[in-house]
Design a protein around this ligand. Structure first.
Ligand code: TYD
Length: 211
């Protein structure tokens, strides 16, 4: 049987359960669909990316301007696409990625207001060499609930005020309205089992011919 590469991303604000959903989708795609799946994330999945991630999230003493923050996330992504994501898709694997371009548009675009959102989409496309996910799951949740779920020390972005995280959510909602053909919205206030069930139904509906 001829298989196709497939690129699936999972998006959402803080504490929305992205990692839990990705683990369940990984098991489903490998065990039930018997596909080879690459599970990855941004920022920080490559050797270069790990250094960039540390600068972006943990070097809290550094002052990072909004524009340079954007380009650091994009530098991480450009390298990630080139050395890991695109080669895996070309090998007809399924790539499951925790965050991608929509994160830059929601966080740096909608929340930080670094530049016009349409312009930002173009800049992001340059960084990914035109790569766009086939399907995106957006886990939607009230940021107050999401932030309350975070345990341990907060990173530089988690530390932002509530209004920032509300703008992130609004950014995702606007992206969802604009790209309904690609983005599926999931109610992250539901239990992890229910969210997973909803995600599988949508995956089968949208991509059954490619699974
Ligand atoms: P991470 O520890 O990976 O956490 P999460 O579980 O929230 O994904 O942190 C990544 C942080 O970086 C998160 O706060 C979102 C932010 N981010 C951006 O601001 N822009 C981006 O382009 C990406 C990929 C992430």
């Amino acid at each position: 049987m001829e298989l196709n590469g497939l690129f699936i991303t999972v998006e959402g604000g803080e504490g929305t359960g992205k990692s839990t959903l990705i683990r369940s989708l990984y098991d489903y795609l490998t065990d039930v669909k018997e596909r080879f799946v690459v599970k990855t994330f941004e920022p920080g999945s490559t050797t270069l990316g790990k250094e960039i991630r540390n600068i972006l999230l943990h070097r809290k003493e550094l002052i990072i301007s909004s524009r340079s923050e954007l380009f650091l996330f994009l530098a991480d992504r450009a390298h990630h696409v080139e050395v890991l994501i695109q080669p895996a898709i070309d090998e007809e694997l399924i790539v499951l990625c925790d965050r991608f371009t929509d994160s830059s548009i929601a966080y740096q675009g909608a929340a930080r207001e670094v530049c016009d959102l349409d312009e930002l989409e173009q800049i992001c496309l340059f960084a990914t060499n035109g790569l766009v996910p086939d399907l995106t799951f957006f886990l939607d949740l009230d940021p107050k609930v999401g932030l309350a779920r975070i345990k341990g020390e907060k990173d530089r972005l988690e530390e932002e005020e509530l209004a920032f995280h509300e703008r992130v959510r609004d950014g995702y909602l606007a992206l969802y309205e604009k790209h309904k053909d690609r983005i599926c919205k999931l109610d992250a206030a539901k239990s992890p089992e229910e969210v997973f069930k909803d995600a599988v139904a949508l995956l089968e509906e949208r991509c059954s011919d490619r699974l």
